[in-house]
Structure formats: C-alpha cells, structure tokens
Design a protein around this ligand. Sequence first.
Ligand code: WT7
Length: 664
Amino acid sequence: MSDSSSAIQSVLVENRVFPPPEALVKAARISGMAGYEALCAEANKDFEGFWARLARENINWTKPFTQTLDESNAPFYKWFADGELNASANCLDKHMGTPVENKTAIIFEADGGEVTKVTYKELLARVSQFANALKARGVQKGDRVLIYMPMTIEGIVAMQACARIGATHSVVFGGFSAKAVQERIQDAGAVAVITANYQLRGGKELPLKAIVDEAIASGGCECVKTVFVYERTASAWARVAGRDISFAEAVAGQSTECAPVPVEAEHPLFVLYTSGSTGKPKGVQHATGGYMLWAKLTMDWTFDIQPSDVFWCTADIGWVTGHTYITYGPLAAGATEVVFEGVPTYPNAGRFWQMIERHKVSIFYTAPTAIRSLIKAADSDEAVHPGKSDLSSLRILGSVGEPINPEAWMWYYKNVGQERCPIVDTWWQTENGGHLITPLPGATPLVPGSCTLPLPGIDAAIVDETGNDVPNGSGGILVIKRPWPSMIRTIWGDPERFKKSYFPEELKGYYLAGDGAVRDAKTGYFRITGRIDDVLNVSGHRMGTMEIESALVAKSDLVAEAAVVGRPDDLTGEAICAFVVLKRPRPTGDEAKQIAKELRDWVAKEIGPIAKPKDIRFGDNLPKTRSGKIMRRLLRSLAKGESITQDTSTLENPAILDQLAQNN
Ligand code: WT7
C-alpha cells in the first residue's frame, strides 16, 4: 500500500455531506438515488440485457449485433462482437438532418486568445476531407497512425479522420520526447504520423515536427511512409521530400465527403500508451463499439449533458481524458464544447475563470492539480480569483486524474461552483475508457474527497490479496469483478502482459485496477487512497518508477544505480524523488546541484519534462537487504523526510540511511 498522505488522512475523517440541488434532481436523466438504484437493479437482474438495451439506444449500428458479451476467451472479453459501426459517424454524421447540424460543435480558444468556432456540419466536412487525404497517402482500415499534435481543432480532426477510415490512432502527448515518440512508432508499427510544425503554450512556440524528425531518424521507424504537418504557426519547418506533406497540400483538391468505413465492434479504435509498474509503457488497446457506448453514456449519466450546455474538459487529447471527453464523448452527445490550446496560468492564473465567463461554460471538468495551483495563485493575487469572473453559467463541476483533497474540493465547491454546482469526482483509468466510479449530479449526495459509488452495471469491490471481499471500513485492493463494455481489450502486441497485469491468477479473474481504496462503513462510498504498485501520479500524470529508473541508468557514463519513489506534494499530489549512486565519488554542494540538473535534463530528453525528478539525492549506495533487494519502503520514508521507525534489521548497510536522509 502506498504512503497515506495528510490529504488522505483528512479524507478518512470527512463527514460533510452535500445533497444534489433539488432542481437538478427533478430535471436530471438519472433522478435521485431511486433513479440510480433502478438502473443498478436492472443491470443486476439481466446484465447482458441491460448493456444490449443501452448499446442499441446510444449507438448507431450499421450492422446490429446479436451477441452482447462473449466471455468464452476471458479475460479477452468481446462486446457486441458481430455488430458493425463507425465511431466518427456516431459523432458527426448522426447529427446531420437534425437541429444539431448547424450547432457549434467546437469553440476553440487559442493560446493567444483568438476564438474560432466550427459547427457540426463544418466539422464533418473537415474530418471527411482529411480522411480523404489520409486515404490518398495509402492509409487504410487497420493501419496505425501516430498523432503528435497540439490542442487544436486539427488534432480532433486528425483523430476523427482516422476513426472514419478505420485506422487505429495512437496519440502521443506533445510533452513527450523524441525517444518516446520513436518507441511508440515502433511498437505500434505506425504507417503515418500526424503532427504540427510547432505548438503554442503560454506564449512560447515549441517544436513538434523537429521532434518527429529526430524520432524517425533515430532508427527502426521505416514503417512511417507519410508525415502530415499542420502549420500551426508561420515558422518554417524542414521538409523530408517524398515523406512530408503539409495539411494544406494534403487536403487540396480532396472532397469534403467521405463515406465512413463500418468496422467490427471489436476493431481497435485506438492504442494509447500509459505507464505501468514494470518496463516500457503499455499500449492500451480499446475497441470501437464498447468504447463509443461508454463515451456517449457517461456524457449522459455523469454530466447529464443537455442541448443547451457548453461543456469544457481541460485535458489534453494526448491523455485518455481528452480522447473520451474531448474527441468522442461531447461530439457523440451533440454538445457544444470548448477546446483550449494553452495553459491555465497564461496570460494570468485567472484564464480558466475568464474563459468560463467568456464562453458561458455550464459543465467544467478539470484536474485537482490545476485546482490546487489556481488556489495558490488566487491566494496571492486577488485579481485572478474566480470571484472576479461571472461564473453563473456553471451548473456541474468535475474532477479527474487523482484523489482530490477535501480542502481543494471545498474551495472548488465554494469559489467556482458557488455552492450550487455538484462536483463529480470521477474515478477511472486509461484502461477503463471512461468513468467507472463517480457521483451522479442529480442523484448522489456528495462527500468531499470521495468518488462515491460505481456506475450502474459496474461491479467494483475492495478485496484482499486472495481476492476475498474486505468489510467496509477497512482498506484493500480495488477490483472490478465483471467486465464492462469500454474495458481495455489487450496490450498492443503483448496479450501475456495484459493477462498478467490486469487479471492476476490470485484475484479470481477480477480486473485489478492497481489502486488501493476503502469503502465508508456506513454509506459504502469509495475513497481512492492511491496506487498500490510502482506507479506514481504526478499532477494527474501516470509515471512508472521503473521507467524513470531505466532512464537514469541509461546515462551509463555517470549513473551506477538509481531508485525512484514518490513522496506527497501539496501541489502535484505526488513528487518524483530519485536516489542515485554515481560511478564517481558522491558529490556534494555545487557539484551535486550541477549533476542533479544534468540528470533532470537527461530524463526530460529520455521520457519528457513531466518525468523529471523533483528531488535527486546522491548516496554511496542504496539501502538493500542481504539478498540485494532495494528497500523502497525506507526510501519512501526518507523522501518524505520522516525518521526511520521501521525494522531495519534485514538491512545490509544501515549507515547509508543517515547519508540519504540529507538533501544535497
Ligand atoms: C489513475 C489512472 C482517469 C483518467 C485520467 C488518468 C488515479 C484517476 C481519480 C480520482 C482518485 C484517481 C488513479 C488511477 N485517478 N481519477 N477521481 N480519484 N484517483 O488516467 O493516467 O490512466 O491514471 O489515476 O490512481 O489508477 P490514468
């Protein structure tokens, strides 16, 4: 079990309850706890019938399915397997000929503040045209396409265009390094890359295309035949003749009509790489049918999306939250959504609140780490306080990515939601496709810091190491006992790792989330206590400790050994702390500072800036057992600055603890 931070401690004693607003209970799709319980009862009574009904009501199938769930090759579950559909048609074409066709689909606000709007009809034309451009370069159903794009309308167009022709996209967050891009191109066998010359963030122009060039030049990327370059800025970019083509060139002369290609429900819509506890990142593979059902359904259930809503999810399309709640969910729901290119602190830390006012946002979905940093900014500068903006358009707030501490929850509730707006604290993972445990805005009484109860049909439970339920009130391992439509189908190219990582034998075939959790003794509400494996959550970004360790030891001229652990951080939730043994005497003072900087820059280059360790401590060696195992438990205590109270009798070299306790 990972360390319990002070935030988690205060969650455990939380007893404030906030019932949903009366008006919302009356108007919401799922009305009151009775509404929620009725759906749960329906799922319990006829599990497959329940999902079949929802899949028929929420998805346009070009070929209806006859079988709902195929468990014959568990845990490789199949949903709606003989049905056919197209994801892009379920976001765009389905609205044509309805009042939605001329509705604004996307309100795009650029880093510098310019606003561009596109209607559903216009978006369909742009997606179709780019889909034709992909086809013209030979991209076909089943091919993989890597997308390395800034937050722009074109990023969404790129994803939708892939879906339209049945190509599987793999989006890589624009903050990842050339090496990360190279590894993902290779693992996925991408035939094309869609990127931009530059991205704009916080007034700075940052390269993307040059990083793609570096990735491909590093070798093993011969699979890439085309690089599409969206010219986000006027700056020049280097062209590789025959391979590279600008967006403008690619779409020139292409028709704005392109028939969506129907695919089987299990056809991989996307592969998204995420960190695991061991080795290299895993390509989480999602299926078209079940995933699309979940994107649409959770927009209805969790956000109670209505035709008049303006929805804004502040995530990046490089993460799963951006996939489900920017690219697919809001469009499948026919909503108007805000897409934001920039960062929350530019030109000032009031940007989010000013944008809510400017675009009359009614549903706002962000991450605790953003809230915490904006609290800090508002505390020191009244001018960027949410109270300075007109937030009366808001009706529902959301939180995602990490546990939200009750202090931040209360601030969000009071200052942003003005005590009128329910906060849906949505627990889920890249592997889940969409929300699994979350309050419903018109039903669930809220408790700060709790993601409350599973969605109907989601059989979440807390078990011990042998898969047996633990009583409410005691902590344990969070599992999902039955499959659900938007679950991960496999790890791209590695079915064995899929089975081992998510369905370990000792857990009775349950899905292992990798999180620890506890249920409230009285209400049964879930509280997530953090990861139980070697995965860190830094500002809502998932980082494998082993991945960072491998990056550090890859600097083989300098580093002999490295161990990485997390420690609680007020702002980022967790912070990365690295203990390093060098191939030269342990440095101190300025030398230590300089080497620490060198190592940070190295990790940024190997993985990306988000993986940079906040603390680096140097030792003559690491605390190990006599059998040579690094005692991470002790390192976690040292990272937190705690004195060691654990049993150290199995430790080979106890003297090392004093050395590592000092910050250089
Ligand atoms: C991990 C998944 C969910 C999409 C974005 C992150 C943590 C996520 C919550 C929450 C407590 C949360 C978990 C989970 N997490 N949401 N509401 N409360 N913890 O997806 O990168 O796959 O990370 O994020 O630890 O396992 P991800």
